[in-house]
Design a protein around this ligand. Structure first.
Ligand code: AMP
Ligand code: GLY
Length: 427
């Protein structure tokens, strides 16, 4: 089989490596891919993840048997709709279903209408009204979210009225996130541990994956700026079987039913960003795709063949399949360029030791190959070093030992990935 994966980060590398475990997979094309992915797939750097028409033409001209669209942008732009029109089977939601991530106003209204637990909120399309609301005696911190996609940066948590006013002005008037800020959601600040649950769904059946925990801040102890994610662990010890059962009943199944009732059944990977509040689990956000770097710890624990699962989602036969997970744990430590998430240098040569242990995988996110075949940095998050183990403690030990041996100038990592999870597990 010939497969195509749209995207070029660590998440896509993890998807590609997993797909290749199926012996029927002959070739995987990555559009655009990256320097490290080029060892596992045929990369096409000329075709970006947003070049929908070029992606569709490529799929047709290369007789692609199955496509996976991983990032949010092409999903929101209708890449799956266009591939289906061209007769290419694929994994991912259509544009209507992708609104569950692409519009926070859509997802908040969906949750309200169908009684899915989430933070209380108000929607504004007029900055003057938003400011008047903030001055009406609301409590702080409060949460201000741009409606649309904003590279994971569209959520601000002002601690005071002054900060909240600045947040509204920056999003709605200065258009810090472009048209994504035409509308905003202002919502109640919730507290409690966060859990990410990615789930395969064909619109009716759902197979939740191993739960995970991201570490979004740049610095140790959750300090510094927000990033795309500096490391992950799976499973998340806060996601107990009791919490999982409650989420299934009150959140997962109602969300699928709500999307069907709205005429946009969700097929693909639905990402539930949850907070386990004192009043029970609530939805912080939905993503219409695999998380990055959650995928780099979740897929290594999948025992069932990934392509089989993805085809069952496409064919709406997921309910007939038993999706199995390993009992172990996984940890991923991100190696970032010094300066990230601010500005950072590029073009630093990367050395990955050839003798890493078998339980360690290096997923490439922000790198490229030079004309003479050297691997150099080209992004903020450069690599994700994942280890699997029988316990989280072992997985973390091996991920960090390997991460220390991967080198490039200015390499930066957090040193406390998984610490909170270990405390929750071991007390
Ligand atoms: P998002 O970009 O939607 O993933 O939000 C980024 C982060 O903001 C989340 O991971 C949470 O830590 C935080 N956040 C979002 N909404 C809320 C909320 N209502 N209460 C508290 N924290 C929130
Ligand atoms: N790691 C968070 C996300 O993929 O949105």
């Amino acid at each position: 089989m010939k497969l195509l994966v749209v995207g070029g980060g660590g998440r896509e590398h993890a998807i590609i490596k997993k797909l290749k475990e199926n012996p029927r997979v002959e070739t995987v094309y990555a559009l655009p891919g990256n320097g490290g992915i080029a060892r596992d797939a045929v990369c096409v750097p000329e075709i970006g993840a947003r070049d929908i028409e070029k992606i569709v033409d490529f799929a047709k001209s290369h007789s692609i048997d199955f496509a996976v669209v991983a990032p949010d942008d092409p999903l929101a732009l209708g890449c799956v709709d266009r591939l289906h029109e061209a007769g290419v089977p694929c994994f991912g939601p259509d544009a209507k279903a992708a609104r569950i991530e692409a519009s926070k106003v859509f997802s908040k209204n969906l949750m309200k209408k169908y009684g899915i637990p989430t933070a209380r909120y108000e929607v504004f399309d007029d900055p003057a009204r938003a400011l008047a609301y903030l001055r009406s005696g609301v409590s702080f911190p409060i949460v201000v979210k741009a409606d649309g996609l904003a590279l994971g940066k569209g959520v601000l948590i002002p601690q005071s009225l002054e900060e909240a006013e600045a947040a509204v002005r920056s999003i709605m008037e200065d258009k810090a996130f472009g048209d994504s800020g035409n509308q905003i959601v202002v919502e109640e600040f919730l507290t409690g541990p966060e859990v990410s649950v990615l789930a395969f769904t064909d619109g009716r059946s759902i197979a939740p994956m191993a739960s995970s925990m991201d570490h979004k801040r740049a610095g140790d102890g959750d300090t510094g700026l927000n990033t795309g994610g500096m490391g992950t662990i799976a499973p998340n010890p806060c996601y107990t079987p009791e919490v999982a059962a409650e989420c299934m009943e009150k959140i997962f199944l109602p969300t699928l039913a709500a999307m069907r009732a709205e005429g946009c059944p969700f097929k693909g990977c639905l990402y539930f960003g949850l907070m386990i509040t004192p009043a029970g689990p609530k939805v912080i956000e939905y993503n219409c795709r695999f998380g990055d770097p959650e995928t780099q710890v979740v897929l290594p624990l999948l025992k069932t063949d990934l392509l089989t699962v993805m085809r069952a989602v496409e064919n709406e036969t997921l309910g007939d399949l038993q999706v199995e997970w390993s009992d172990g744990a996984a940890a991923c430590v991100i190696l970032a360029s010094g300066g990230y998430p601010g500005s950072y240098p590029k073009g630093k040569e990367i050395t990955v030791p050839a003798d890493l242990p078998a339980n360690v995988t290096v997923y490439h996110a922000g790198d490229k190959l030079t004309a003479d075949g050297k691997l150099v940095t080209s992004g903020g998050r450069v690599l994700g070093v994942t280890a699997v183990g029988e316990t989280l403690r072992n997985a973390l030990r091996d991920a960090y030992a390997a991460a220390e041996r991967v080198e490039f100038e200015g390499r930066y990592m957090r040193h406390d990935i998984g610490k909170r999870a270990l405390r929750a597990l071991e007390g």
